[in-house]
Design a protein around this ligand. Structure first.
Ligand code: E4P
Length: 215
């Protein structure tokens, strides 16, 4: 499973990219707004840090306008992937962008039928939102399994990108459920790398080593 970071914060991306495990980056308008910065400027900086797909989302809700925005964003770098909301207008934009050779990530996917339509339109990635489904009492992980089963049965090449990840367990379950990619917030990366037994083990090894070196 590939691992993306879900943030628009340059310092977070820099830190995690140095771990050598990062395959890509996803952003969305809320994450960009949190940084209080210009979308294109942020995306350009990210392309200098990570060599992999970098999702930048359009704001317009009208197909033709989405395509226009997408063309401008795609000019920033060859790795830019255009995030398009899962609507009828979004599908039209995905179809047109696919024909132009521009990669897309269909976002705000909450059902298998939405994922199927997005894939049929030519989406490179679909982003089912796990955490937001869990929040309303629907099991997000079941959606990953359903989409995975449909895509596998029909040989659909669209990649399943597990999004809206809230904790460690979401990542592991997404991997077990067949997600192609998990996009993970910075705080969850920090949870994933830690285990209290690892810390305790290091402390004990160092104490034992000190005893020997004092002799
Ligand atoms: C990523 O592509 C999504 O925009 C993001 O994972 C949404 O996460 P949230 O539900 O925590 O806002």
């Amino acid at each position: 499973m590939k691992i993306f970071i879900d943030t628009a914060n340059i310092e977070e991306i820099r830190e995690i990219s140095q771990w050598g495990i990062l395959d890509g980056v996803t952003t969305n308008p809320s994450l960009i707004a949190k940084e209080g910065r210009d979308l294109k400027e942020v995306i350009k900086e990210i392309t200098d840090l990570v060599d992999g797909p970098i999702s930048a989302e359009v704001i317009s809700l009208i197909g033709k306008e989405m395509v226009q925005e997408a063309k401008e964003l795609a000019q920033i770098h060859k790795n830019v992937v255009i995030k398009i909301p899962m609507t009828d207008e979004g599908l039209k934009a995905v179809k047109e962008l696919t024909q132009m050779g521009i990669k897309t990530n269909v976002t705000l996917v909450f059902s298998a039928s939405q994922a199927l339509l997005a894939a049929k339109a030519g989406a490179t990635f679909v982003s089912p939102f796990l955490g937001r489904l869990d929040d309303v009492g629907q099991e997000g992980m079941q959606l990953i399994r359903d989409i995975g089963e449909i895509f596998a049965r029909h040989g659909i090449p669209t990649e399943v990108l597990a999004a809206s990840i809230r904790h460690n367990l979401h990542v592991i379950d997404a991997a077990k459920s067949g997600a192609d990619i998990a996009t993970i917030p910075y705080s969850v990366f920090k949870q994933m790398v830690k285990h209290p037994l690892t810390d305790a083990g290091i402390e004990k090894f160092l104490k034992d080593h000190e005893k020997i070196s004092k002799k």
